[in-house]
Design a protein around this ligand. Structure first.
Ligand code: GDP
Length: 451
């Protein structure tokens, strides 16, 4: 996960500050030297780092400490504010044309950046917003690209327009617009061809598309793992074609995060979304404030809640809440809740968003490095195996499970009987706990509801 080591280093800096009652100018300077090193190691552009540290210093020195905060917390607040500033302050949405007009979006980027995948991911997001997208295969050079778009389009339930690989991309774009007119598509996403490096031919091709059809949003896809190269690519495309926004992919695999932190400051172009995995649901809207809080190790509970809203079947969630309230939550529901959790990308992805879990560590509360996502997934699989070897009746009425039945269940799941006992005991405890806190699963009023 991105920013892991940056988060850890910043937390150390802050820990040292927190132990002091009053901060002198020297304390602040020493802390900022560490912050600077941490940012440079995270591969943040050096000019960006310089300006960042300067702004924090100017604000930190001579600032009255806000009531309720100690000096260390004050510095954290300033660093947080400046990180948010750096990444663009506000969330930038992709702008659609007003009314019933069509919006044409041109996706650009180097080969392998994740353009085709991201195109399909975006189509899914638009569909959720009630749009009717059309994906257009304009990458006529990479033979697998058209097929890949078709497969991903199908997975998303979105139509893909292609004319094979014998036509010029600009002509394909034009024909796609005519098709969209007849077909009622209101968002047309052009998946253009990348190259291994920036080259003239690619830029000319993109320009020709822009000259042939009216492009409303040009979106650049860059790979976070390429660090500062991604920032250079963004500068280049912005100069030659002009970009309205950037999508940074593979943030899940990039431990440093420098590109995400530098792009806005260097190019002036906002980050719209970030790719967090290979699955088509792994695209997250980019919120500078939430990202800053993730970097500082404060977790990102808001994104987690939103993800839950998107992925969890609301009707299911409502039913489960009802059952919980009446204390009827049974093993069938337990299985279902594990399935829902998988849909959200597994425990690993959820843990990374929770304060105090994942690689982030809780601010001030100490980390919980022992939690291993793989280990947790494995445990979940064993619990599932145990439940699967129960009969439906047993799942619905856990009370009828006698020691004899437990032995049979254990044998069926290939585990020791003690594991079945332990699991059932925990399940009972969970039921009791949930009965006492119905709000935990969205049981009380509006506040706790998914979405
Ligand atoms: P294109 O050449 O730019 O169209 O790139 P592709 O869409 O074919 O993506 C290249 C590879 O990156 C594929 O294996 C994708 O599954 C993978 N990929 C794309 N986005 C992400 C992401 O956000 N995270 C991870 N881990 N992999 C990604």
């Amino acid at each position: 996960m991105a920013f892991d080591s940056l988060t850890e280093k910043l937390q150390n800096v802050f820990k040292n500050l927190r132990s002091k009652g009053r901060l002198t100018e020297d304390d602040v300077k020493a802390a900022l030297r560490e912050v600077k090193m941490a940012l440079l190691e995270a591969d943040v552009n050096f000019k960006v780092v310089k300006n960042f540290v300067k702004s924090v210093q100017e604000r930190a020195v001579g600032q009255d400490v806000m009531s309720g905060l100690n000096p260390g917390q004050m510095v954290i607040k300033i660093v947080n504010d400046e990180l948010v500033n750096l990444m663009g302050s506000e969330t930038t949405e992709i702008k659609f044309q007003p009314g019933s007009q069509k919006t044409v979006i041109m996706m650009m980027g180097l080969q392998g950046a994740g353009k085709t995948t991201t195109t399909a991911k975006l189509a899914g997001k638009f569909k959720l917003k009630g749009k009717k997208p059309l994906l257009v295969a304009c990458d006529v050079y990479r033979p697998a690209a058209i097929k890949q778009l078709q497969i991903n389009g199908e997975k998303q339930g979105v139509e893909v327009f292609s004319m094979g690989d014998n036509q010029k991309p600009a002509n394909i774009a034009k024909a796609a617009l005519e098709h969209a007119e007849k077909n009622g598509n209101n968002v047309i996403i052009l998946d253009t061809a990348g190259r291994l490096h920036i080259d003239e031919e690619m830029m000319e091709e993109l320009q020709e598309i822009k000259n042939t059809v009216e492009v409303h949003q040009s979106i650049l896809v860059v790979d976070a793992m390429t660090g500062q190269d991604a920032v250079n690519v963004a500068e280049n495309f912005n100069e030659k074609i002009g970009i309205d926004g950037v999508i940074v992919t593979k943030l899940d695999g990039d431990t440093r995060g420098g590109a995400a932190l530098s792009i806005k400051a260097v190019t002036g172009c906002p980050i719209l979304y970030v790719g967090m995995g290979e699955k088509l649901s792994d695209l997250e809207q980019f919120y500078p404030d939430r990202m800053a809080s993730r970097i500082l190790g404060m977790g990102d509970v808001l994104s987690l809640i939103e993800k839950a809203g998107e992925e969890i079947d609301e009707e299911q969630a409502r039913k489960m809440t009802e059952k919980l309230k009446k204390s009827q939550f049974d093993f069938e529901d337990y299985l279902e809740s594990m399935k829902q959790m998988r849909k959200m990308g597994g425990l690993g992805s959820i843990m990374n968003m929770l304060p105090g879990l994942g690689g982030m560590g809780g601010l001030g509360k100490g980390k919980m490095p022992d939690i291993d996502a793989d280990d947790a997934e494995q445990k979940m699989a064993r619990v599932e195996a145990i439940i699967y070897s129960m009969t439906i009746k047993e799942r619905q009425n856990p009370d009828i499970i006698t020691p004899q039945r437990k032995r049979r269940i254990a044998a069926g799941a290939g585990v020791d009987i003690s594991e079945v006992n332990k699991m059932m005991k925990q399940f009972e405890q969970m039921r009791k706990m949930m009965k006492s806190f119905p709000g935990m699963m969205g049981g009380k009023g509006k506040k706790g509801k998914f979405k």
